[in-house]
Design a binder for this molecule. Structure first.
Ligand SMILES: *Cc1c(COP(=O)(O)O)cnc(C)c1O
Length: 360
């Protein structure tokens, strides 16, 4: 078997231990003679998996009983619609921070249903910086404030939770959840597609303060209400059982690593080392304002863009894959989620140094 270091932004690399566990479990899971994806979601065996996954996630992130944890489908993109549908009513204004591609998509979707106020817009910086907090324009009566703590494409991360007073804060944590400790009580709702830091595509996590689920209007179909899923243990219909099971294995793996506090230390170190290598070279550059540099997705450009294709080809030879930057940004992007080991970052830094020596 040969595994590469996979820097894909998503679906992204998973811990090898988890994949090996899946392989072992697959044909005859828990000695029941079937795989986990072939059994009823309402069976005792699956319910035990589902409950353990939720308990482990609650433990990892310190989620109190004031919050419901939901295991949904539809990706983060469905949440762009479910958030305004559930947390606001017709005629209300909703506040959005616009800091890059994903927040723009979220606010565009919300704009179909509600009046959107853009609290701050990072467009002037080309989405490489975030306007000073003193300039942010909250609306006086917003139903919630939505932001994207980590812009996966631009590599812009807001490291401190915005303070919107009594207005609930909603966060799209698709590419940053479980990468460090967070204070759940600062949030009204957190959502995340699984395929970056949790497990396979097809599962979406929502952590929502229970009282906020009561805001939903009668006109919202039940399948699109958080309250429906909360009342049914996320089993109003068949949930994504295989993804839920793998997410559970990833949560167990995270606990064995020492939890999110330990992940935060490791992630910060990985990112610091890569930024340091970029900054100290004349050959590579990262455009993001230092205070907003992402720990998870690190875009960088080459001083000679005509060498991009060579860089990517030689990287593959060196066992480093999926470093091509997003088409809207160009250059390279290294996604270094929880499951990317420190050795992967070391290998990338060594390769970048060697490539720069050969071409400068
Ligand atoms: C990947 C990503 C999305 C889109 O997720 P889907 O699950 O494909 O809908 C949304 N927001 C952020 C921050 C992302 O990284």
């Amino acid at each position: 078997m040969s595994r590469v270091f996979n820097f894909s932004p998503g679906p992204a690399t998973l811990p090898l231990e988890v994949l090996e566990q899946v392989r072992t479990d697959l044909p005859d899971w828990h000695a029941c003679g079937m795989s986990v994806m072939e059994i009823s979601h309402r069976s005792k065996a699956f319910l035990a998996v589902a409950e353990q996954a939720e308990a482990d996630l609650r433990e990892l992130l310190g989620i109190s009983e004031d919050y419901a944890v939901l295991f949904l489908q539809g990706g983060a993109t469905l949440q762009f619609a479910m958030v305004p549908m559930n947390l606001s009513v017709a005629g209300q204004t909703v506040d959005y921070l616009s800091t890059g591609s994903w927040s723009k998509k979220a606010l565009k979707e919300a704009g179909i249903l509600r009046e959107v106020n853009i609290v701050a817009d990072a467009a002037a910086s080309g989405y490489t910086d975030v306007p000073e907090r003193s300039t942010w324009q909250y609306s006086p009566d917003a139903a919630y404030l939505h932001y994207t703590p980590n812009e996966t494409i631009g590599g812009v991360e807001i490291h401190e939770v915005p303070d919107a007073g009594d207005v609930p804060v909603v966060a799209d944590m698709s590419s940053t959840i479980l990468s460090r400790p967070i204070d759940i009580s600062r949030f009204g709702l957190i959502y995340a597609g699984a395929q970056k830091n949790i497990g396979p595509a097809g599962l979406t996590l929502v952590i929502v303060r229970r009282d906020l689920m009561e805001r939903v209007e009668d006109s919202v179909p039940s399948i699109l209400r958080y309250s429906t899923f909360a009342a049914s243990g996320s089993m109003i219909n068949t949930p994504p059982t295989f993804g839920w099971y793998i997410a559970g294995l990833v949560f167990e793996w995270l606990k064995r690593q020492g939890g999110v506090a330990k992940m935060g230390e490791v992630n910060q170190r990985k990112a610091d080392r890569l930024y340091h290598a970029i900054d100290e070279s004349d050959f590579y550059a990262n455009p993001v304002a230092p205070a907003y540099r992402s720990w998870m997705n690190i875009p960088f450009t080459l001083a000679r863009p005509e060498l991009d294709a060579d860089f990517l080809e030689q990287a593959v030879q060196a066992g480093l894959q999926n470093l091509k930057g997003h088409r809207s940004v160009g250059g390279m992007r290294a996604s270094i989620y929880n499951a990317m080991p420190e050795e992967g970052v070391s290998a990338l830094i060594d390769f970048m140094g060697e490539f720069a020596r050969q071409h400068s």
